[in-house]
Design a protein around this ligand. Structure first.
Ligand SMILES: Cc1cc2nc3c(=O)[nH]c(=O)nc-3n(C[C@H](O)[C@H](O)[C@H](O)COP(=O)(O)OP(=O)(O)OC[C@H]3O[C@@H](n4cnc5c(N)ncnc54)[C@H](O)[C@@H]3O)c2cc1C
Length: 380
């Protein structure tokens, strides 16, 4: 069996970002690293958007916006995003960048194989794929196992699920300088449902019909809603250039409890997805850096995780949406109606002080959160 220092089971966003950080740090040249994925990562399987003020991955950004609409049935507000920019990165551009870098590193290899199992055996780990088995010192796993979350009831498990159409219209109806972050004016039907619009020119945009809820919809329902929205925008003639679909876990389940001395869960499988929004890209930039810094000093992977106050805030929101899925638009609207958008984005980035947290939380419907807090205290 071939032996490696590190094996990455799954080589998507979190694994590639971690390996990229390892290469940039220059501290892992003496480590043999194997990346395994069942998918060769040669197609554009997703687009990532995130707000950022530090120029992260700027050179590969496919589109950028300085402002974004927030809308519901009763109001609309154009949020000025400065000092942030809202950015879009194509998955394939990111995969290509990282693979270009790692193919120059003789200590890093990639194999296109399906992982069947991995386990820790004393001081080493064994990873079994459909093709062969490998041993290594440590495993970084990003293969998400939904059964872990489904088999418990202490932490709610919702999904951010959507279908997106990238369209080109005959009519010039879009403003490429302004995205639509959340448009809750669509019928809620007992859920938290919104449209998300990312225009890249006056005639081109990605439109996603999105829900934060427990149950997925039949494909036709997302697509009918996208068609209705396109009609509402006044578009009569358009073509669909690309489609995408996603189902992102929204949960505060403590994935890190499954970490061991030599196995760590990363990405969505490790709780890197922001539970209250489904955003993962920005978190992954921070968590992968922290992981790589940790590895240059420590070896016991159980020591990395630290729970913070934002985990608890997210838990309260998910507790509410789990029981009363229809109130999502009321909660987000109360935050965005008058709130300072810079502070809200900083809060969602988990970078606010307690005083700034209060500025955001104070705008939310207090009764719902107090009730959720009391119920949660009795569930711990
Ligand atoms: C369509 C879509 C759009 C998204 N948009 C955004 C966004 O705009 N902003 C944002 O912040 N987040 C977004 N997300 C959420 C999140 O950023 C992504 O899901 C992100 O890719 C998660 O990173 P990860 O490393 O956890 O998982 P992945 O990137 O999915 O990596 C896991 C890898 O494991 C591989 N794998 C799975 N099972 C096996 C197996 N048995 N053997 C071998 N390999 C296996 C998969 O092929 C995959 O490459 C989006 C997600 C999707 C699906």
């Amino acid at each position: 069996m071939k032996h490696y220092h590190y094996i990455f089971t799954g080589s998507g966003l979190s694994a590639l970002m971690t390996v990229y950080e390892m290469v940039i740090s220059g501290k892992f040249k003496d480590k043999n690293i194997l990346l395994i994925d069942e998918n060769p990562k040669k197609t554009n399987d997703r687009t990532w958007c995130f707000w950022d003020e530090k120029g992260l991955y700027d050179t590969m950004a496919f589109a950028k916006w300085h402002s974004a609409w927030f809308k519901d049935k009763s109001f609309e507000r154009e949020l000025q995003l400065a000092p942030y920019l809202y950015k879009m990165i194509k998955g394939l551009d990111f995969y290509n960048l990282v693979f270009e870098v790692i193919t120059k590193e003789s200590n890093i290899q990639f194999v296109n194989q399906k992982v069947l199992d991995f386990k820790e055996l004393g001081n080493h780990c064994v990873v079994k794929t459909e093709v062969e088995s490998y041993t290594c010192n440590q495993v970084f796993n990003s293969v998400f196992n939904p059964e872990l979350v489904k088999s418990q009831s202490k932490y709610p498990f919702l999904h951010q699920h959507f279908i997106g159409w990238f369209i080109k219209s005959k009519e010039a109806v879009f403003n490429p300088d302004c995205a639509t972050f959340m448009d809750f004016s669509v019928k809620q039907k007992g859920n938290t449902r919104f449209m998300y619009v990312l225009p890249t020119s006056e005639t081109e945009a990605l439109l996603e019909y999105t829900l934060f809820s427990k149950e997925l919809l039949p494909r036709k329902e997302y697509e009918t809603e996208i068609q209705n929205y396109i009609q509402k925008l006044g578009i009569t003639d358009y073509e669909i250039i690309e489609k995408e679909q996603g189902n992102i876990p929204m949960t505060c389940y403590p994935f890190w409890k499954h970490n061991s001395k030599n196995i760590i869960n990363i990405g969505s499988a490790g709780g890197w997805t922001k539970a209250s929004t489904g955003y993962t890209f920005k978190n992954a930039t921070k968590k992968s850096k922290a992981l790589v810094q940790f590895l240059s000093k420590e070896t016991d992977l159980r020591k990395l995780h630290k729970t913070n106050k934002f985990w608890f805030y997210d838990l309260l929101l998910l507790d509410i949406l789990d029981k009363k899925n229809e109130v999502g638009s009321t909660i987000f609207s109360s935050m965005f109606r008058k709130g300072n958008s810079t502070v809200i984005f900083k809060f969602l980035d988990e970078e606010t002080t307690f005083w700034e947290d209060l500025q955001v939380i104070w705008k939310c419907p207090k009764g719902l959160f107090i009730q959720a807090l009391i119920t949660r205290i009795f569930r711990f």
